[in-house]
Design a protein around this ligand. Structure first.
Ligand code: FES
Length: 239
């Protein structure tokens, strides 16, 4: 059966795409860039971070383009002052709950969060939480998790569950206490993680890093207030 096509305008450019396409994909097909953070095509399409918001004529609020389907005659604007302000504010709030030790972070040169902040012109965070302590878990042989850098985009959990079909990590607790980890907060070394490392690849920040690129762990280990538990070599846990 022939696929129904939908025509709309994005930034006043006429675009025609198959029905069911999201605004984000439609924009990309027209060469229009919309920033994203939690979005990972075909893996994590949950509209969580709201960095990709756009203005849709007639809609009462900004819409997350990564999960908003196109419709006939839709008029989308991706780069208005309102959109840019919303993205900046959203990112500032995300950064306010992210430990920023960028200079020593394993992700330093290829951090999506840092790049996005630069793209959006954010050079200071009004709500920064300078006291955020490291929350390092390094019991697995292959990776180190530091939840103080996790932005809860859930890309790692989607990768583990939907792509690798392992599903050993997920979101625990609710509200401000929400954090990514194993069920009942067990250590990664205690569950059936297959050490594929795909969660590290999916992570847009330094919340997940390979064991041998762990400047962040070393920083935590040198903190006299941290309690270090050494597991099967070379694993350690810092609490
Ligand atoms: Fe669309 Fe996160 S990228 S909500």
């Amino acid at each position: 059966m022939e696929q129904k096509m939908v025509s709309l305008t994005i930034d006043r450019i006429p675009v025609t795409v198959p029905e069911g396409t999201t605004v984000l994909e439609a924009a990309r097909s027209a060469g229009i860039k919309i920033p994203t953070l939690c979005f990972l095509k075909d893996v994590n399409e949950i509209g969580a971070c709201r960095v990709c918001v756009v203005e849709v004529k007639g809609a009462r609020s900004l819409m997350a383009s990564c999960v908003y389907p196109v419709s006939e005659g839709m008029e989308v604007l991706t780069n208005t002052a309102k959109v840019r302000h919303s993205r900046q504010l959203t990112l500032e709030l995300i950064l306010s709950n992210h430990r920023m030790d960028c200079l020593t972070c394993a992700r330093n040169a290829h951090c999506e969060l840092r790049q996005l902040a630069a793209d959006l012109g954010i050079d200071a965070v009004r709500y920064a939480n300078d006291q955020l302590p490291p929350q390092v878990e390094a019991t697995a042989l292959h990776l180190v998790r530091d939840n103080s850098k996790c932005i809860l985009c859930r890309r790692c959990t989607a990768m583990c569950r939907k792509v690798q079909e392992v599903g050993v990590i997920g979101c625990n607790d609710r509200g401000f206490a929400t954090h990514v980890g194993c069920a009942f907060d067990r250590d990664l070394a205690e569950v059936d993680c297959v050490s594929c490392g795909q969660c590290i690849v999916a992570c847009p920040t330094g919340a997940l890093a390979e064991q041998d690129s762990t400047a962040q762990v070393m920083a935590a280990l040198h903190d006299p207030n941290k309690h270090v538990v050494v597991g099967p070599a070379p694993s350690v846990r810092v609490t």
